[in-house]
Design a protein around this ligand. Structure first.
Ligand SMILES: Nc1nc2c(c(=O)[nH]1)N[C@H]1C(S)=C(S)[C@@H](COP(=O)(O)O)O[C@H]1N2
Ligand SMILES: [Mo]
Length: 549
């Protein structure tokens, strides 16, 4: 025993001690694979299923199953650190278990992979049985298991190669597994042993470092999002000074027809943000600068202190195709942008406001649209009775009636720069879209839908039509080559919101074309000519083929 350890110190180990050294590297391989498993799961949990963190789910499971006396013991021992103690304990268990998996994989492949898969299956079970998980929650642990399993196979394979090469060269030259000869000098780089060792450490190093970085980053971001989501959930917006009266008959009750207000969860979302920005309203600031008398900075509270009013405005995306779904109607709580701009005092010569988002997105809105007394251009903080959802711009966004979202509806707003179209350019302007883009008013058929089975008989044809800031005067429907027939409109809330419309139809068996067009309150007819969405919005009358049986 004593003799062997002396030999070890000199760097000329016996075969057993070399074996032990490889045990250590196998254990390390297991631990790195375990880390990659967790990091992959955390990454995908962040991307599509927040609640699917294996460590947290297993931790939650442990909390649920440990008997009460044990919980009391844990609280008595660790006090407020009981959860941290639990996570530390779990972390230690992961390290030990994955080290064992690594050694198993070296000695009896594929036992290590099997161990990893079993651990993956258990954590998947812990995740999918948690309350309130989404349908995709199984994916993060499954993808994590796959990544971890592949890595453990690759690492142990490289370790085997190195070990085999070491054994051969040991037999040949008397060198040991560290690659040093008896004199302590490095073996030549070209030997198979040195190569095997290098390849092993290269993969282990890259995988280990990336797992730590990705894992920590994903968890940190997930926790930030969770905390801003909690702040939003707890936020109570003050009651508005004024509310919008919804007239009787504003909402028709027809199956398949869009509801008058689009629920937040169904509201279309369009933005360039890879991850939803998370902004704590207590640190949020709006800067109003550029061509102003004085630069102004406002806090979230400053906005609320202006007093909120309710507005109903239909939002439309320039990317909405004829008959498309990128349009929605909501009740917003907010303050007039003209009052906000007044605080800074707009200098003459300015003709545009460049609004900026925390994520770098910018929109160019004509100044006149924001200062017009007859137009409700607003900074919104509330949407359909709640603070803005995170995806829809929490805590503050712009909403301007009559302009497409990309030139007016900046979410996660942080700056209003008063400027000119000459001097400044918005995000989409160099990307093929017009600097200014008023909405082309339009109409859409919601029911019957193309491809939907329709039975002959009396059925309603129904849909929505919008002409923000002007209002819809009339909607007309044409069946096949018949006359244009006026549809019945719902009672409009105001000129900035869509109206619903319907027409009873005696559907006869066969295929029919159903076309729709709108006339606005200026007496203009909806543009018939088809246009693509670029550079300033689609146009054309929707005409759909309906099969009646
Ligand atoms: N920060 C930011 N705001 C943005 C965008 C964006 O990409 N980033 N897209 C705009 C576009 S093109 C539209 S149509 C509306 C969509 O708003 P919604 O996602 O709340 O429906 O937001 C606008 N505001
Ligand atoms: Mo858009």
């Amino acid at each position: 025993m004593a003799q062997r350890s002396t030999a070890d110190e000199r760097g000329t180990g016996t075969r057993q001690s070399r074996g032990k050294r490889f045990f250590f590297w196998a254990a390390l391989s297991g631990v790195i694979s375990g880390l990659v498993f967790l990091a992959t799961a955390e990454l995908f949990a962040f991307i599509f299923a927040r609640s699917a963190s294996p460590i947290l789910a297993v931790g939650g499971f442990v909390i649920d199953i440990v008997p009460q006396p044990f919980k009391e013991f844990a609280i008595a021992t660790f006090g407020e650190y009981d959860k941290i103690a639990l996570l530390a304990g779990l972390g230690l268990a992961v390290v030990i278990a994955s080290a064992i998996a690594g050694i198993l994989q070296l000695l009896r492949p594929p036992l290590g992979v099997i161990a990893l898969v079993v651990a993956g299956a258990l954590s998947t079970a812990a995740i999918v049985t948690r309350a309130g998980v989404t349908a995709l929650a199984f994916l993060p642990p499954v993808l994590g298991t796959i990544a971890g399993s592949i890595l453990i196979v690759l690492l142990i394979r490289r370790l085997q190669t190195w070990k085999a090469a070491a054994a051969t060269s040991q037999d040949a030259t008397g060198q040991d597994a560290t690659g040093q000869d008896a004199t302590g000098q490095d073996a030549t780089e070209q030997t198979p042993k040195a190569l095997g060792r290098r390849q092993f450490f290269l993969l282990a190093g890259i995988a280990g470092v990336s797992a730590v970085i990705v894992g920590i980053a994903s968890r940190t971001v997930s926790m930030t999002v969770a905390s801003v989501a909690n702040i939003r959930d707890a936020l109570k917006l003050p009651s508005p000074k004024s509310t919008v009266a919804v007239p009787k008959g504003a909402e028709l009750d027809i199956p398949g027809l869009s509801t008058l207000f689009t629920p937040n969860k169904d509201f279309y979302r369009v933005d360039t943000a890879l991850t939803v920005p998370t902004i704590d309203p207590s640190t949020w600031r709006l800067v109003i600068d550029g061509m102003v008398d004085q630069r102004v900075e406002m806090s979230f509270q400053d906005i609320l202190d202006m007093g909120l009013d309710e507005y109903v405005i239909t939002l439309t995306c320039v990317s909405n195709e004829v008959g498309g779904e990128l349009v929605g109607n909501a009740k917003w709580l907010g303050v007039p942008l003209r009052d906000v701009l007044k605080k800074a005092g707009v200098k003459s010569g300015a003709d545009m406001v460049l609004s900026k988002s925390v994520d770098g997105y910018t929109a160019s809105t004509p100044l006149s649209a924001l200062t017009d007394d007859n137009l409700d251009a607003i900074l919104a903080v509330g949407m359909n009775g709640e603070p803005l959802p995170l995806e829809h711009g929490f805590p503050v966004r712009m909403v301007v009636p009559g302009l497409y979202g990309y030139v007016s509806a900046t979410k996660w707003l942080t700056e209003l720069k008063v400027t000119t179209f000459d001097k400044d350019e918005a995000y989409w302007t160099p990307r093929g879209y017009s600097a200014e883009a008023p909405i082309k008013f339009a109409s859409r058929v919601d029911t019957p839908k193309v491809g939907e089975a329709v039975e002959a008989g009396r059925i309603p044809i129904a849909g929505v039509a919008w002409a923000q800031s002007v209002g819809i005067e009339r909607v007309e429907v044409r069946i096949d080559e018949g006359d244009w027939v006026p549809a019945t409109l719902s009672a409009p809330i105001n000129e900035d919101t869509w109206v619903q419309w319907f027409l009873e139809w005696d559907a006869t068996p066969g295929t029919h074309y159903v076309a729709v067009r709108a006339i606005n309150k200026n007496g203009d007819l909806q543009i018939e000519e088809r246009a693509p969405i670029a550079p300033n919005g689609s146009s054309g009358w929707q005409r759909s083929l309906i099969r009646v049986s």
